[in-house]
Every structure is written in structure tokens, then in C-alpha cells.
Design a protein around this ligand. Structure first.
Ligand SMILES: [Zn+2]
Length: 251
């Protein structure tokens, strides 16, 4: 039997290696008595290969499978525990990965405290960085999240870990002897900003996931974009406000 993966034909992350389904017609044959459905094991004796399994609806010839049957079949292979393990792994890895991304971004810009960086590039890189790992998982394996709770949870943990590492860097490395006011500001306002902005972005991820797993439609990343843009704008507005406070000497 051919692999089901061709039916995915979906991912923006693995486009170069995704095989394109062939348009060549698949010959129709009648199945012998030992053939069983690769999805549910139902006996397919007497059925022909252009039909679907009467038990689970999966195309008998997997070359005829579409995106919906790909999601359906893959979703059956994971247990709820698998989805929680994936959620935990993404939640913990995502924040440190976002820090590395932000570091790389500021090195590329060469001016990490410049005005352009603070209100343009930094909020963009940070807001995208905090959710890109869960977003990639949704886009390539939507069945690894079962619920909105898991997606929002993974995103919020990612944001909190990001904010905590950023605070440690600012307060221990970048700033020499920060005042208690600055320490308090970073652990309250900055953490709330990071977690709050990511909460907004995570709504977009939930909507995308719903469309892929419930409506069984191919990924359309643009569904998540308005929410991500709102998070970036809010973050940029905060950074502009913080710059004003900084230059006016209030903080
Ligand atoms: Zn079946």
C-alpha cells in the first residue's frame, strides 16, 4: 500500500521534500478476502479500490486519500497522554528557543537598544519567537494538540519562560546594579506584557488548529496572523512607552 503522507501535501515547513501527488489514474481492482482497512482493520473482501471503507470512511486505496483522511488516520495513532507529552515538550522548549531567536535577531541588527529595533524588529521577533514552536506543531501535526487548553497553556508557559530568562539577562548581565523599582517593574509589567501579548497570539493558533483538526481543512496560517499582529502592535506600543519613560528619566 502507498504511504498516506502524500495526502498531507500540506506543510509550509517541509515543502521542499513533500511529494506532490501524482495525477496519474490509479487502476481499480477488486480486493481479495485477506485485505483489511489500513485505518480500522475492517474486512474489505469484495470491495474495489475506488471505494471507501464502510466502517471508517478511509479511502481503500490510500493514494486517493485527501487531507481530511490524513488527519483522521494520524489522529487515531496518538493517545491523550501523547498529546500532553507533546504539549509539555513544546511548552518547555519554546521559551528558550525564542530567547535564542531574539539574541540572533539583535545580533543581526547590531543595535539592540536602537529605536527601530525596540519598536519594530524586537517586538516582531519576540512575539513570533514565543509561539513559533507550537505553531509549527499545529501546522505539521495538528493531532498532537487535543484541546485549546493545551495550545494556550503551551504558549503561556513559553511566554513566561521567555520573560523570566529575559529578566535574568537584563537584571544580572545588561544592567549594572538595577534599582528595586526596575526589578519590580521587570517582574510585574514586563512579565504581564509578555504573557498577555502571547495570550492574544495564542487565540490565532487555536483558531487555526480548530480549522485543521475539527473542520479538517488544510492549514491556512493567515488565520493566525491578525492575532499575532495585534500582539506585535501591543508589544511595540509598550516598548515605545518604555523608551519615553527611559529617556525622560522616569525609569
Ligand atoms: Zn476502515
Amino acid at each position: 500500500m502507498p504511504s498516506l503522507e502524500h495526502a498531507a501535501h500540506h506543510s509550509v515547513w517541509d515543502e521542499p521534500t513533500t511529494p506532490v501527488p501524482s495525477d496519474a489514474p490509479h487502476p481499480v481492482v477488486r480486493l481479495a478476502d485477506h485485505e483489511r482497512c489500513s485505518g480500522c482493520g475492517y474486512s474489505l473482501m469484495g470491495f474495489s479500490t475506488d471505494a471507501v471503507c464502510p466502517e471508517c470512511g478511509l479511502p481503500i486505496d490510500l493514494r486517493r486519500a485527501n487531507y481530511a483522511s490524513w488527519v483522521e488516520l494520524r489522529a487515531r495513532t496518538v493517545t491523550p497522554m501523547d498529546t500532553w507529552v507533546a504539549t509539555g515538550a513544546v511548552a518547555l522548549a519554546s521559551g528558550p528557543l525564542a530567547i535564542l531567536t531574539a539574541f540572533w535577531g539583535s545580533l543581526q541588527l547590531g543595535d539592540p537598544v536602537g529605536v527601530f529595533s525596540a519598536i519594530g524588529a524586537a517586538p516582531t521577533v519576540e512575539e513570533v519567537g514565543k509561539v513559533v514552536a507550537p505553531l509549527m506543531l499545529i501546522e505539521s501535526r495538528p493531532w498532537m494538540f487535543r484541546s485549546r487548553k493545551q495550545i494556550v497553556g503551551a504558549c503561556l508557559v513559553s511566554a513566561f519562560v521567555f520573560a523570566a530568562i529575559e529578566n535574568a539577562l537584563y537584571l544580572q548581565v545588561y544592567l549594572s546594579s538595577p534599582s528595586p523599582k526596575v526589578v519590580l517593574w521587570r517582574w510585574t509589567v514586563c512579565v504581564a506584557l509578555h504573557v498577555g501579548c502571547t495570550a492574544i497570539a495564542s487565540i490565532g493558533l487555536c483558531r487555526l488548529h480548530r480549522e485543521m483538526l475539527v473542520a479538517r481543512k488544510r492549514s491556512r496560517l493567515e488565520i493566525a496572523v491578525p492575532y499575532l499582529a495585534a500582539a506585535i502592535l501591543l508589544h511595540a506600543a509598550y516598548n515605545a512607552f518604555a523608551l519615553i519613560l527611559h529617556f525622560s528619566g522616569a525609569l
